[in-house]
Write a new protein. Sequence first.
Length: 344
Amino acid sequence: MRELTPKENYLRLAKGEMPDYVPIYMIYGIPFNGMLTTKSVSPNIFNVNFSGPEGGTNIWGVKYVSSKSTGYQALPEPNNFILEDVTKWDRVIKAPKIPDSIDWEAMAKKDIEAAKIDRTQTAMLSQSQFAPFQSLMSFMGFNEGLIAMFEEPEAVKELFNYMADFYLPIIEKTLDYYKPDIYNMGDDTAAKQNPFVSLEMYRDLLKPIYQRLAKPANDRGIPIQFHNCGRCEDFVEDMMDFGVKYWDPAQTSNDILAVKEKYKGKIALCGCWDWKIPSAWPVVNEEEVRQSIRDTIDRYAPGGGYAVAANPLGEYGDPVMPMVDTWVKDEMIKYGKDFYKKSR
């Protein structure tokens, strides 16, 4: 019998089906040893790119900065917030006009060709580009943003829906012309140990917006993957309500095994690997790194519903980290390849 391609194997999880081997979620879509399971390809119609030390300003007027300490990942500039009073959001937050001249078909063809992916082998993901919670925090900062959600929920809802009105036509065009295998949403609503908001607030302010953003994918039968860091297991059932089939990175501060048992076959867990830089760094033991991958797969892969995803992070330019990353990726492929065959 023919072995499933990495794409076919990964997409089985969306249907609650058993994969042939442990799927791999490629966070950054970089091929390794010939394998590329997933890659994000989305339109960037406003040409916003904050990579590098210069940073930049997004389409809503938020200034982003980056530094070596963040690995040149852009973050909202500290203490430079554009919205002080959420009840006056309409005086500050102005959606740009989407150009009528966009040739969506030609743009999609160009972007997909530029990605250089074999779509028979690799599942293409398209990003929603709108994270309501994170957007509000970037406008106001965490203190004022959270206070606004508590004191002025109706104004926050108006702002979220205004932004959703802007993004929904882009989402629909993306799904129709890029034809992704998976629609990728995300919003970091939790810290390591607890969510930033209560379940009640999540359901009142955030879930209705996620439902709006998810509807185009649900209407088209495209499975949804949702990124949410931290201990956010409180929201898993609600995520499933708006069509989420994959949750990443499913960090270990969550009770992952309990989630997997409760929602078996309904949502796939992607990640579940946490690794800390050893105190003896830059001295690092290859076998210990590889064993951490084997232990993760042993713990979470039995019975399916799991994709391994591991991305070791360290200081930008550290010469040791690429070596660790190579061990991690190599072990994910090697150990996961025959995992289910051995358990039969």
